[in-house]
Design a protein around this ligand. Structure first.
Ligand code: FAD
Length: 279
């Protein structure tokens, strides 16, 4: 199927992009196009105008800052997968990016697009939620920062305002003593997560000192569980996971009950691996 007719804009600056997006009602930003264009071809989405972010300088790449990494919104999944800085400082992001789709999807799809699209079955929203990352957005009023936990507001919904563009994502550098793991049960055709779990465990002196787990795919937005200091988090029972998932998604691929079961199994698996990696 072909998409409905639309105007195409290719601004050279973020200010121009913000202006266009704010001015044309229903206009959408275009990044990798791997979620937006299929939706347009299926006529699930018919924006009157696309604002292509691809020519705007400075929206791509990974840089180290004090205690954190800044990842440009247009950084592709493949760049995240292969970034030496991410592998060294925040390996769970590379681990998750490597599971996305196939090489064609990873070479075009971007982290900003994935977060803005807020698909419950996507991988990166789960990881940035577990990391307590910050999403930096630019709009008419300038720049603002949104905590990952506040960014996702429902099924395919975010707290982005009209005309706002995700410009970068700030993730913490994970120091020594922190172990992480991302595990997912993938849909066999698309590779999307039926359920995906990101676990981050901090250890000090041989004991668990904290951390967090985010479970994606089971609910509209990732569900977060804290790792309690001193407890063996891998002993987290399926009951505690099930208790946290109050309104599971059920669809053609997996019932809500099955997703809750998967979430328990994968949480245990992710925590066991993350703990083994703290050493
Ligand atoms: P686009 O498609 O360009 O945009 C998506 C949405 O985000 C649009 O509404 C757009 O307006 C908005 N947007 C984009 N960038 C910005 C920005 N900077 N600021 C504000 N709004 C913005 N994802 C997974 O997580 N796991 C998978 O296993 C997986 N498998 C896939 C398999 C296939 C076959 C396909 C086609 C896609 C798959 N995806 C998967 C989705 C893929 O990761 C997408 O690339 C991603 O979700 C969207 O990123 P994009 O850059 O392509 O965004």
């Amino acid at each position: 199927m072909q998409p409905a007719a639309f105007d195409y804009h290719r601004p050279g600056t973020i200010e121009e992009a913000v202006d266009l997006l704010g001015r044309v009602e229903g206009a959408r930003a275009l990044a990798g196009g791997h979620s937006l264009l299929p939706a347009m071809k299926l006529r699930l989405s018919s924006p009157p105008a696309l604002v292509d972010l691809g020519r705007i300088a400075g929206l791509s790449g990974v840089t180290a800052e004090n205690g954190s990494l800044s990842i440009g919104a247009l950084t592709t999944h493949a760049e995240i997968e292969h970034s030496g800085l991410i592998e060294q400082e925040c390996p769970i992001l590379a681990e998750a990016a490597a599971t996305i789709g196939d090489p064609a999807v990873r070479n075009r799809g971007t982290i900003g697009g994935s977060l803005a699209h807020a698909d419950p079955a996507a991988d990166l929203p789960t990881v940035i939620t577990a990391l307590g990352a910050t999403v930096i957005v630019t709009g008419k009023g300038g720049e603002r920062e949104i905590a990952a936990a506040d960014f996702f507001t429902g099924l395919f919904a975010t707290s982005l305002g009209r005309g706002e563009v995700v410009t970068s994502i700030r993730v913490p550098k994970l120091g020594a003593g922190t172990g992480t793991a991302y595990v997912k049960h993938r849909h066999p055709a698309s590779s999307y997560a039926v359920v995906g779990v990101a676990a981050i465990v901090h250890a000090a002196g041989g004991a668990i000192s904290g951390g967090s787990v985010a479970i994606g795919g089971a609910t509209a937005n990732p569900v977060v569980l804290d790792v309690i200091p001193g407890e063996d988090p891998a002993a987290a029972t399926s009951a505690s996971v099930a208790g946290a998932i109050t309104r599971p998604i059920g669809d053609l691929y997996a019932s809500g009950e099955y997703r809750v079961h998967l979430a328990g199994v994968l949480t245990k698996r992710a925590l066991t691996t993350a703990i083994a990696r703290t050493g």
